[in-house]
Design a protein around this ligand. Sequence first.
Ligand SMILES: [Zn+2]
Length: 317
Amino acid sequence: MATTSYTFPSTLDMNELPIVRFKLNTPPLRCIIEAILPELLNNFENASVEVVQCPDLTQPPFNLTSEGLCGDENVFDIGDVTNLIPSFKRDKLYNVKDLKRITGSDPLFIIGACAGPYPFFGADSECVENVKITGDRVENGTHVHMTKSDDVPECFHKSLPDDEMRFSMMANFFTSNGFKGEVLKIVCEVRKGPLSYSTCIKEALVKHFGNEIIALGGVILIENGKVKVHVIKPSLAKIPIKSDKELGNLLHFIELSPPSVGVGCIVSHDPGLNLRLQHFHLYTDRNQGGHYYNDTEPETIKYTGYFGVSKQFTKID
Ligand SMILES: [Zn+2]
């Protein structure tokens, strides 16, 4: 693991950073079904969308810290790519516990994709955020994925102690009370078009809702078919990074075998805030995971997603 003498910055307080909050018009779930199904069927051989009771997400294969996705739903976009390009901003260190005060939710269930707590490991990593905060009690089931060296694209897994709730540079989180309730179930099988599962859902929402922001967050189960992910290399990224291509040189690309599970968010429209409109991080019970791109076995791929529809959208920093 990379070690160097480095003065680690203190954690930023998200309550003191610039915050933009939107109350969102949440269309009835059946309107979203009618809106997206035709577009899903343009990209996948088989697709279905329905309203169901959320399965118990504390159970396998999800093993999350809360049962459901309902109650006080929020989608957050924190930081952005300017924290990585032209150089990694090590002072962009945040703590999810700040979301307790920002949302006022109790219990607060936080899932999504972010960069790991750099100072904790002394290396960069991918994080599957999975935290439940009830009063002052924290249950931290976050998964961290890292690679062993810059040369070998081999992934390994780390857990975090309950009190290590920091993350770095950028995040896309869905928060809720984690209560049981109705969610959208979106199943897509056999990909015939170019779009990934999450991009296809986003594009379908854009086509129907235009500039109206629809924000979804939740879980994806990939039962069949391999998918392509990236996991950042462990070396300290101190060199200037001039482009997305150069950023790509800092990443290992890995194929994940099924089954895998993902958490993250989809936002249909960016009103000029430099948002990341879809972002999912995957995990498995085999120490593998990473940032989701698309499947590499379109003829056998099967995605099953469960999503809450957010009543608010919040951009921080
Ligand atoms: Zn990512």
